[in-house]
Design a protein around this ligand. Structure first.
Ligand code: AKB
Length: 320
């Protein structure tokens, strides 16, 4: 990887991934692609090149790829699961139409492509616990449909045209820099903001709703390490199960309470998010990622919690 374009560089993962890639490959070699209304600001804008890169505009993306001699595209543009249910047409246009544009450009201009998939690529007839790498994938959400179709399309471009496509199935990502928006797992970020602000957290999911999660530093390593992995070792490509922890709202609340003993949570159910969460796995088997490219997360729930509380207090200027 020498010259990289990130499409969706101002999103929850994109914003931190852009900075991590700039640190690793040189700031001037990493272009932050953005859409109107989500322009980069601060360090993201100042530290390297930025270009308007609307994934639904193939000509615009191709122009950037030629201008910067891009060899690797991180395609981070997507509507998250709950939003995708309110705007299914836009979710398809961005998730699948956009991916098709990226893959065609990658085929013609010889780029490698990373496109995240998700635990949302599974459905309610998938084995729920220790979900295998290769298993039933019949999601009933538009987000899930775009993720499964995206996995298949990416594998097709690899097998048919030799495009170097790779992907992971991200679980819920916990981070303190850019907030997520419109996801089913967002509660696992929002709860930390409530905790440091000493607010009672209104939890949209029921106790006992287990899902896989991961702290952002591990998510960034996963995306970068997979793209750097020796292709001869990869049996799978699109997409690898990865996880770092699995918990439900009660477990998360009691972990935060170890550090903020009077922290309180109440349940205020969001039926849309609950139905989506109920159709997703409780926990994934990520052994193929470990075997094929040495995937190994560093953070568990306790170390994530300690770091999130510390970083959010700094960010929000709140004393412990
Ligand atoms: C969402 O909740 O939609 C995402 C995901 C798990 O893909 N965070």
């Amino acid at each position: 990887m020498k010259n990289i374009l990130i499409i969706g560089s101002t999103g929850q993962i994109g914003s931190e991934l852009t900075m991590a890639l700039r640190n690793r490959y040189g700031a001037s070699n990493v272009v932050a692609g953005f859409i109107a209304g989500a322009e980069p600001k601060g360090k993201l804008l100042e530290s390297g090149p930025a270009e308007a890169a609307d994934i639904t505009d193939a000509a615009q993306i191709a122009e950037i790829v030629k201008k910067y001699k891009i060899d690797t595209i991180y395609n981070m543009a997507a509507l998250l699961s709950a939003t995708a249910e309110t705007k299914p047409q836009l979710a398809w246009k961005t998730g699948l139409g956009g991916l098709f544009n990226v893959l065609e450009i990658a085929r013609e201009l010889h780029c490698a492509v990373f496109t995240p998939s998700s635990i949302g690529a599974f459905g309610d007839n998938t084995p729920k616990c220790n979900t295998p790498q290769d298993t039933i994938q019949r999601p009933k959400t538009m987000y899930g449909v775009t993720k499964v179709a995206g996995e298949l399309l990416s594998d097709y471009y690899f097998k048919r045209f030799g495009v170097d496509t790779r992907s992971v199935r991200f679980p819920g990502i916990i981070s303190h820099v850019a907030p997520p928006g419109g996801g089913t797992t967002d509660y696992a970020v929002e709860i930390y903001y409530a905790a440091v602000k000493r607010e009672v957290f209104q939890c949209p999911l029921l106790a006992g709703t287990f899902m896989d999660m991961m702290y952002m530093p591990d998510a960034l390593s996963a995306a970068i390490n997979l793209m750097e992995a020796n292709p001869d070792r990869l049996i799978h490509r699109n997409a690898f199960n990865i996880t770092a922890m699995s918990f439900d709202p009660e477990t998360l609340q009691s972990t935060i309470s170890k550090y903020i003993p009077d922290f309180r949570m109440e349940y205020r159910l969001d039926p849309v998010r609950q139905a989506i969460a109920d159709s997703w796995p409780n926990s994934l088997d990520d052994s193929c990622a470990s075997e094929e490219w040495d995937w190994m997360p560093k953070y568990n729930l306790d170390t994530t919690t300690q770091d999130m509380l510390k970083e959010l207090r700094k960010k929000l200027r709140i004393n412990a």
